[in-house]
Write a protein that binds this ligand. Structure first.
Ligand code: NAD
Length: 452
């Protein structure tokens, strides 16, 4: 039995019979059978069904948020925001079935037209940090384009995905189009990756597992998109609005208890303001409210599991340069206090590896060139921020940082209507916005002769 825990208490909230490889085969077979019917649904009707699903998700937002918080420990306010985004993602892609436009290309002796065709059965494998949100980024464009799907949630956080399956059916999405399969990555995930009837795998998770998925998909030449780890830089220049940057920097790494692929877990600060910046950050970190996820005032919850807490704690040995430390409750939950390490060299382990917890490395830099060099000195390239009041400098630096998404004077990364994804070892492909449809369609080119 799979025991699903509440990370704030360590108590079991649900027991689930996990799926195995045979169950994965059955889910893939159901999706394969449903595919011809789903792709044949007229675009306007598919749009209408997705709109009904979006409305149903809106109506169930509060109960989904409660469930997500119980299963992940994240503050209820955060879960409400996430479930809002899940519904918004379906509203956005409900507008897409009728906008899957092709090209008309004049060629000698005739004309070429292109069509955007669905891939077939897509396998979606997601992590535990934003369980239903990340799944929705994949499911909504996949369904809008006419694919059927098998979703494998993380073993630690399957509850909202299972609820989603029910809501989709009740909203009228035909049987077999959405299949949720809860089981271990090493068995169910692997089967999805290797199965010949799965046309594409969309994966979000660690870079290590992503590497194996890319290799596993090679045998059947599957399409693969990967959203992997990050070690994003938050670059603060001396001419920034320092109070605003310092108020936001802790949130940008301690949000979701640091278990965020976009966490700005390296804060690069211009040397001339290094100490001032730390002093401004100190009260924000010390006053962060860490605790019960259902207390409306809570800003940070526990880590996802005892194992994960151990992994995070290993990045803060006895002799670590702890400059600021926040509070965390005692008790059975998997708590870890917000921790600021400073000064850190960009060569230190805490600056190189994705910690995926509430631990941030603050690193000094000398000038613009040095900031860009250090920001790029990482195998990752997912997100990041630049803080300066000089607009030309902001754009110049943004263009040179090797990252898929970057914000100027803001620490946000994700919007439904804009592309999201990583460069370098942070991934392959883009989710969200119109760009996501490229990941769930093939271009077919048809030549029509106009010769007499
Ligand atoms: P993980 O890689 O351990 O697991 C992710 C999913 O893959 C889970 O569902 C797991 O069961 C499955 N899996 C594990 N082994 C597998 C295998 N051999 N074959 C197929 N599937 C397998 O990641 P995690 O610990 O759940 O999540 C944390 C990681 O996710 C972090 O590295 C984080 O940066 C990354 N992440 C990235 C993004 C992004 O958009 N770039 C977003 C969120 C999380």
């Amino acid at each position: 039995m799979l025991e699903v825990l509440n990370p704030a208490t360590g108590e079991v909230v649900e027991r689930i019979e996990p799926a195995n490889a045979r169950d994965a085969d059955a889910a893939i077979a159901r999706a394969k059978e449903a595919f011809p019917k789903w792709r044949a649904v007229e675009p306007a009707d598919r749009a209408r069904l997705l709109r009904r699903l979006a409305n149903a998700l809106d109506a169930e937002k509060e109960s989904l948020a409660q469930l997500e918080s119980r299963n992940t420990g994240k503050p209820i306010g955060d879960s409400r925001g996430e479930m809002g985004m899940v519904a918004e993602t379906f509203h956005y892609y409900a507008g897409m079935p009728e906008r899957l436009l092709g090209d008309t290309i004049p060629v000698s002796g005739g004309v070429d037209v292109t069509f955007r065709e669905p891939l077939g059965v897509v396998g979606l494998i997601v992590p535990w940090n934003f369980p239903l949100t990340i799944a929705s980024w994949k499911m909504a464009p996949a369904l809008a384009a006419g694919n059927t799907l098998v979703l494998k949630p993380a073993e630690l956080t399957p509850l909202t995905a299972l609820e989603f399956g029910r809501i989709a059916l009740e909203a009228g999405i035909p049987e077999g189009v959405v299949n949720v399969c809860v089981g271990p990555g090493s068995e169910v995930g692997r089967r999805i990756v290797e199965h010949p009837d799965v046309a594409k795998v969309a994966f979000t998770g660690s870079t290590a597992v992503g590497r194996g998925i890319m290799a596993g998909a090679a045998d059947t030449i599957k399409r693969v998109t990967l959203e992997l780890g990050g070690k994003s830089a938050n670059v603060v220049f001396a001419d920034a609005d320092l109070e605003k940057a310092a108020a936001s920097a802790p949130v940008a790494v301690f949000g979701n208890a640091g278990q965020d692929c976009c966490a700005r877990s390296r804060i690069l600060v211009e040397r001339s303001i290094f100490d001032d910046f730390l002093s401004l950050m100190q009260p924000v970190v010390e006053n962060l409210r860490v605790g019960d996820q259902f207390d409306e005032a809570t800003e940070m919850g526990p880590l996802i599991s005892a194992d994960h807490r151990e992994k995070v704690a290993a990045y803060v040995p006895e002799d670590a340069p702890v400059a600021i430390r926040g509070k965390a409750p005692e008790g059975n939950g998997f708590w870890y206090p917000p921790t600021v390490l400073a000064p850190v060299s960009n060569d230190d382990r805490a600056a190189r590896e994705e910690i995926f917890g509430p631990v941030v490395a603050v690193i000094p830099f000398d000038d613009e060139e040095d900031a860009i060099r250090q920001a790029n000195d990482t195998v990752y390239g997912l997100s990041g921020s630049i803080w300066t009041e000089n607009g030309a400098k902001a754009l110049r630096v943004a263009r040179r940082i090797e990252t898929g998404v970057i914000s100027i004077n803001s620490n946000t990364s994700v919007r439904v209507a804009t592309p999201f994804g990583g460069m370098k070892q942070s991934g392959v492909g883009r989710e969200l916005g119109p760009h996501a449809l490229d990941a769930y369609t093939e271009v077919k080119n048809v030549y029509i002769s106009t010769e007499g």
